[in-house]
Design a protein around this ligand. Structure first.
Ligand SMILES: [Fe+2]
Length: 282
């Protein structure tokens, strides 16, 4: 077993360890998935796409304010490029690589599928704390809570990191093992988004309820850990895992990544209504 001297970080070839750690903790860091050339190409193409949304060279399909705290800021700065796999060869290559798809098949089953066509598809995200930015952080949630009526679950999210993470530029917070709890959905409605009547009452890998409610915002959670990565690392996390992103402390720092999900459930019918319940605390 190749353990790279950091907790929960494994070489891409060590699929047994990746599966073991992921199933126990609900997340894992995969190292070595991107080679140097592909990493450089991905960074360059994502930055070009970001500029393309701002300048209007790319159509509205690729720019979105759906996730922003302050949508008006999108005029001056682009936090998100949606469907980025359609405009970046490197992103498309990386997210469909044999190594990643083999890992996803281990975690979700051989019939799993890439969610590149639903909602926002694969997203390039530039989270930075400067005042030009409309997105800097996100409160506690599980990804499943954004679509509790859908039959697409379970899912595993991937995040390709173009910048390493730290307290200076922001980082992921997770509650290891929380993917096993049956977490209510969505946990709060202070965002005034109606919970669909069709929503499942709870989601998780067991029927055991959480030992305490998921907090509404950024509160410290018993058992939580910080997940720090190097540039080029890929975090995989379960759709039922409790997670949040901490805001950067350095206004000049950037935290850029490409994220999306593979799903193990039913492929939505063409034209089926998508569901997206925005998390309250961002
Ligand atoms: Fe999430």
């Amino acid at each position: 077993m190749t353990v790279l001297g950091e907790t929960g970080v494994f070489d891409v070839a060590d699929v047994d360890a990746i599966r073991w750690y992921y199933q126990m903790h609900g997340y894992v860091v995969v190292r070595g998935l991107l080679d140097h050339a592909l990493f450089g190409q991905m960074e360059q193409e994502c930055v070009a796409a970001q500029e393309g949304v701002l300048s209007g060279r790319l159509s509205e399909r690729y720019g979105s304010t759906a996730f922003l705290d302050e949508a008006a800021k999108a005029e001056f700065f682009v936090n998100y490029v949606e469907h980025v796999s359609e405009v970046s060869d490197a992103v498309r290559t990386a997210i469909t690589s044999p190594q990643l798809t083999a890992i996803m098949a281990e975690l979700l089953g051989p019939g799993c599928w890439l969610g590149d066509d639903n909602r926002a598809g694969v997203v390039y995200q530039d989270a930075r704390p400067g005042k030009e930015s409309g997105y800097t952080r996100i409160g506690w949630h599980s990804d499943w809570q954004a679509g509790p009526s859908l039959d697409v679950w379970p899912a595993t999210a991937f995040t390709f990191h173009l910048d390493g993470t730290s307290p200076q530029n922001g980082f992921l917070r997770v509650v290891p093992g929380s993917q096993l709890w049956s977490t209510p959905a969505p946990y709060s409605n202070i965002n005034n988004v109606p919970v669909p009547a069709t929503a499942r009452p709870a989601g998780g890998h067991s029927q055991v309820p959480p030992p305490f409610p998921m907090p509404l915002g950024f509160e410290k959670v018993r058992g939580e850990v910080a997940v720090y990565v190097e540039a080029g690392d890929v975090i995989l996390h379960d759709c039922f895992l409790w997670h949040a992103a901490a805001r950067a402390t350095d206004d000049g720092a950037t935290r850029r990544h490409v994220r999306g999900s593979y799903f193990g459930g039913t492929v939505p019918a063409a034209g089926a209504a998508s569901e997206f319940i925005k998390n309250a605390a961002r």
